[in-house]
Design a protein around this ligand. Structure first.
Ligand SMILES: O=C(O)c1cc(=O)[nH]c(=O)n1[C@@H]1O[C@H](COP(=O)(O)O)[C@@H](O)[C@H]1O
Length: 224
């Protein structure tokens, strides 16, 4: 089985990003580049990190009208990301058009309920349901739209996997026992997420903010 750990390189500093990715390269399965990195470094930055030869997960969480998202996806095709994120709450048509616009080797995956939100946060944005039901609802919609999978927390992945047997499940909000939670609310350990059916384990600060990121990555992979 290939290594499911994708390290989230969240920094605007390209040199630091490349250095970090190089230092953990042998212990991870891929690199996730998100908004902070992309807004600062754009396509050039992605190309530079991609030179290391690891699969790139481009986490831009696109969310707009269908035409705009489809054109944005087209504009990213030159980067050939292994994985690209859009928001499920953009609706079925937006997801269908995004998938149709993506390259055949790119998995298009829908973010359901951010791992930084709990029941209370959801109710404040007008979602009366709990995260579990909302993930289930958005996962069904993403599957109907022909997407490859979803992003959800480790607290929902078991049920999501059961309902969508061949889905691709990305799980962030992972914290090894004893590590700082930060802004994440729905957390589990990397091992728990893997056991419950995650395809990709997204891990950022527990690796990137460690004194020796290389050692932290090795230790986490050792728990899987
Ligand atoms: O799509 C994501 O990757 C994502 C979705 C989500 O619900 N929660 C979430 O934390 N993420 C991303 O996963 C990473 C988590 O980073 P750490 O909290 O530092 O491990 C960040 O890059 C987030 O942007």
């Amino acid at each position: 089985m290939s290594n499911p750990v994708y390290v989230a390189i969240d920094t605007p500093d390209l040199d630091h990003a490349v250095k970090l990715a190089k230092s953990v390269k042998n212990h991870i399965g891929g690199v996730k580049l998100g908004l902070e990195f992309f807004c600062a470094n754009g396509h050039h930055g992605v190309h530079e990190v991609a030179k290391l030869g690891l699969p790139i997960f481009l986490d831009l969480k696109l969310h707009d009208i269908p035409n705009t998202v489809a054109k944005a996806v087209q504009a990213l095709n030159g980067l050939a990301p292994a994985i690209l994120t859009i928001h499920a709450s953009g609706g079925r048509a937006m997801m269908e058009d995004a998938k149709a616009a993506a390259g055949t080797n790119t998995k298009v995956v829908a973010v359901t309920v951010l791992t930084s939100l709990d029941d209370h946060d959801l109710s404040r944005v007008g979602v009366a349901d709990d995260p579990h039901n909302q993930v289930e609802r958005l996962a069904d919609l993403a599957r109907e739209a022909g997407l490859d999978g979803i992003v959800c927390s480790g607290q929902e992945v078991k049920a999501a996997h059961k309902a969508w047997k061949n889905g691709f499940f990305i799980v962030p909000g992972l914290r090894p026992a004893g590590s700082k939670t930060g802004d994440q609310k729905r957390i589990v350990t990397p091992r728990q997420a893997r056991d419950d059916g995650a395809s990709v384990l997204v891990i950022g600060r527990p690796i990137t903010a460690a004194e020796v990121p290389d050692d932290a990555a090795r230790a986490i992979v050792g728990t899987l």
